[in-house]
Design a protein. Structure first.
Length: 170
């Protein structure tokens, strides 16, 4: 499918920070350059809102990272890391991201989900069937759900040029 991206399109970018962080770390042993990701996701169109969904830990080491995102024009929404009695941990923003997308979709021409998580497939299908918004995914191809890639209008594979989207690559 040919996707048209023109400068008058109103776009919202919704970043599953944990998904991208872990993909970059596991695939490349590097960190994500969120500025480059945002710039290429927006692709010269009108950015209405960019939101990164992030997790805070007990140590609070994320403060500088959150400030860096804010300087890039990315709003951060934080949630504390959940640690359960058995020691297992949970850091998940899927529902929060989904709710925010659904609240904003009527004011957007393109919804950009920065994540490879297949849990977003029902959201993508809903958006395509009920809002008329173009739905795009930006993520590292090797760690992106194949089905998610199939259902979106456009997929930007960060793995095609990892050095452009990473910090600390060798």
């Amino acid at each position: 499918m040919t996707v048209i991206k023109h400068k008058e399109q109103r776009v919202g970018v919704f970043i599953d920070t944990q998904n991208l962080y872990h993909s970059a770390r596991n695939l490349y042993k590097a960190r994500v350059n969120f500025g480059a990701v945002l710039r290429d996701a927006v692709a010269g169109r009108k950015l209405v809102r960019a939101v990164a969904y992030v997790i805070t830990t007990e140590a609070g080491d994320e403060k500088n990272f959150f400030e860096a995102l804010t300087k890039l024009g990315i709003e951060t929404k934080t949630k504390d890391l959940q640690i359960f009695a058995g020691g297992s941990k949970k850091a998940d923003w899927d529902v929060g991201l989904t709710v925010d997308v659904m609240k904003m979709a009527s004011r957007l021409d393109a919804v950009i989900i920065v994540s490879g998580d297949g849990d977003f497939i029902p959201l993508v299908e809903y958006l395509k069937n009920h809002t008329g918004a173009q739905v795009e995914v930006v993520s590292f191809g090797q760690s992106t759900s194949g089905k998610l890639r199939e259902v979106v209008d456009d997929f930007v594979d960060l793995s095609e040029n990892p050095r452009k989207y990473l910090i600390g690559t060798r």
